[in-house]
Design a protein. Structure first.
Length: 132
């Protein structure tokens, strides 16, 4: 039983550390739930890819190489899937703020998105103008 609880604690810590796009910014979940869901799904998918790749690694590639590959995959996938979801649900393009915050959450989970949101709040001129 003790091993099972320890294994669950380690898995929770690893998933929390590697879940790139999953952010603690619950305000985004209330304001734009489709974008939050897309980022959460992308983070979960890249986390699952990392766990599968490292558990079935017989090629001699290091775990940090797999971590780097899944981070790059997250950085590429978050704007793509975010744009698909936002275009389908709200019929608009992603803003610069959403792209920067989403990709920053891939690089520095939780803190990356908060940093870019604070930067865009401090510099309103950076906001992209809506197009028709």
């Amino acid at each position: 039983m003790r091993k099972c609880v320890g294994l669950l604690a380690v898995m929770a810590a690893v998933t929390d550390w590697h879940c790139h796009a999953a952010r603690a910014d619950w305000v985004l979940a209330r304001e734009r739930p489709p974008l939050f869901a897309a980022e959460l799904a992308t983070g979960a998918a890249t986390t699952a890819a990392y766990l599968v790749a490292t558990n079935h690694n017989h090629s001699g590639i290091s775990n940090s190489a797999f971590w780097g590959l899944t981070t790059v995959a997250c950085v590429v996938a978050v704007p793509v899937f975010g744009a698909l979801v936002i275009n389908a649900t709200e019929h608009r393009q992603l803003t610069s703020r959403e792209v920067f915050a989403g990709t920053a959450n891939c690089l520095v989970p939780f803190l990356g998105g908060w940093f870019w949101n604070a930067q865009f709040d401090a510099h309103p001129a950076w906001q992209s103008r809506p197009t028709r």
